[in-house]
Design a binder for this molecule. Structure first.
Ligand code: 13P
Length: 248
């Protein structure tokens, strides 16, 4: 069965609640699609108004983070149950910004992946190499290490349903996109890694996005590649261009 494409916006730390509602309204008619899953991954404080604002549309809402415990004395954190109750379907886990600025380790991210799955959220698990790693020729070794650690102990059936985002760190917010061949090579490498860890059917089912300076001009070429099942879009998800990316 062909994998359904999934185009997700990662709003990062942008959009106040009132700006968020305005953006959803602006994008409403532009992101309509029968053939692509569309997701807005939004700041925690925007989740409730955005879930309300997308009602009756094809857009689903994702969170940008979650905590590994169910409840209790974890000031400032947000649980999976809170996300589910608010109407969230997806959650970004292991974005390079969280790994780099907030010290999130693969061991911690593995717990987040398991918690999300336990609660019925679909993880969008991010991985990617630095420019230095790419130049040293260790890109695939590094990404395989991330995938194996982040998915340790996760069942095949759950892996089949998740989304993995390949985001080369040197392409994030830099305007410097990986070429479609570079992106395809790594996305195929990730699929091969899943096949080794699990089986061919799981590898065929898992959806793998590319992220890193995706825009209205390069989306079609990237998404046409056989192992790229859509994109995780930062900057361009905050403007009308996102509609062009969805309808690439
Ligand atoms: P940009 O699209 O702004 O490069 O960001 C990519 C990204 O980090 C999405 O998660």
């Amino acid at each position: 069965m062909a994998r359904r494409k999934i185009v997700a916006g990662n709003w990062k730390m942008n959009m106040t609640p009132s700006e968020a509602v305005k953006l959803v309204a602006e994008l409403k008619d532009l992101v309509v699609s029968d053939s692509v899953d569309v997701v807005y991954c939004v700041p925690a404080i925007d989740i409730v108004p955005v879930v309300e604002a997308v009602k009756g549309t094809n857009v689903q809402v994702g969170a940008e983070n979650l905590y590994i415990e169910d409840k209790g004395a974890y000031t400032g954190e947000i649980s999976a149950d809170m996300l589910v109750d608010a109407g969230v379907k997806y959650v970004v886990i292991g974005h390079s910004e969280r790994r780099e600025y907030f010290g999130e380790t693969d061991e911690f991210l593995n717990k987040k992946v398991k918690k999300a799955i336990e609660k019925g959220l679909t993880p969008i698990l991010c991985c990617g190499e630095t420019l230095e790693q790419r130049e040293m020729g260790v890109t695939m070794d590094w990404i395989r290490l991330q995938i194996k650690s982040d998915l340790a102990g996760v069942a095949a059936a759950d892996v089949a349903n998740l989304v993995i985002a390949y985001e080369p760190i040197w392409a994030i917010g830099t305007g410097k996109t990986a070429t479609s061949d570079q992106a395809q090579e790594v996305c195929k490498g990730i699929r091969d890694c899943i096949a080794e860890m699990y089986d061919a059917a799981t590898a065929e089912a898992v959806r793998i996005q590319y992220g890193g300076s995706v825009n209205a001009g390069n989306a079609a070429e990237l998404f046409a590649k056989p192992d790229i099942d859509g994109g995780l879009v930062g900057g361009a998800s905050l403007k009308a261009d996102f509609g062009k990316i969805v309808n690439y």
